[in-house]
Write a protein that binds this ligand. Sequence first.
Ligand SMILES: Nc1ncnc2c1ncn2[C@@H]1O[C@H](COP(=O)(O)OP(=O)(O)OP(=O)(O)O)[C@@H](O)[C@H]1O
Ligand SMILES: [Mg+2]
Length: 287
Amino acid sequence: MPVIISMINLKGGVGKTTLTVALAEFIALEYGLKVLVIDLDPQTNATVSLMDEYQWKKHNIHGQTVVQLFRDYLEDRRVFSAHEAIVHNVSNIGGGIAGLDLLPSSLDLIDIQDELIKIPARGIFSQRPLTILGENICEEIGSYDIVLIDCPPNLGLITQNGLILSQYYLIPVVPDILSAYGIPQIVTRIKRLEAETGIRINCLGVIINRFRQQNRLHVNQVRLLQMNARDGGYQRVLSTIIPEAARAASAVDFSLPGNNLHDKYGYDVPFKQYQQLTEEVLQLVIL
Ligand SMILES: Nc1ncnc2c1ncn2[C@@H]1O[C@H](COP(=O)(O)OP(=O)(O)OP(=O)(O)O)[C@@H](O)[C@H]1O
Ligand SMILES: [Mg+2]
């Protein structure tokens, strides 16, 4: 079975998607591991930054995105096929990276989330259908080394489906007051989910993103987060800090292709930090 890591924060815009995509590309290209990105966010940011829009539309029309998986559950039928939905060799680097695959999302996921709450459960866990994602993709994910799940900024049912599939989660944070504010809530809610399902979901730590050295608030927040890691239940602040970087911001644009990681991420910032972060994360989970 692969190592499965969810990227989660209740706060939007902290870098969950950017970091998911960068980690996926670095793991696939620099370590030659087989990586699957699952986009659980109706905003489809990971999807559109990894695959061409025309190809995505075809998948969407044919019901081969995560939205169909949940729609099938609601309508009690079987249109979704993980085998057909997973897009192979995605990314705008080198016309696609061998061994980097994507289970795309769809904008329609937002309506499904509301519908899901209304229906009675048929899953094995208590009252809520938490195993829809896992049951439908378990056969396909066995061949991957790493699965990265890009979660939306909430802890709704769809996110919970991703979390209970994961052995680990990472919390990207911009070190301002608001982004760090929700961390205790994430940790507590995931602990509750663990207690309810008997499934262990380990926090790997907080990733500091968009750090600005000149900003005193940022410097103080990082220190505070490092000090509170144990008591806060998030284990650690990863030692790699990702700075605010124009190249990180433009990385989500699929229409800016490159031949290799340097074309996309430069030679220094944020290339070096992403490289170091990848090594740090892999050390924690497999190396
Ligand atoms: N290191 C960075 N430096 C500068 N900009 C960044 C950096 N990381 C991410 N960004 C930018 O910040 C914005 C938010 O990033 P991203 O979409 O990855 O966050 P998110 O947590 O996935 O958001 P959401 O909760 O909406 O899904 C994007 O415009 C992205 O390009
Ligand atoms: Mg996102």
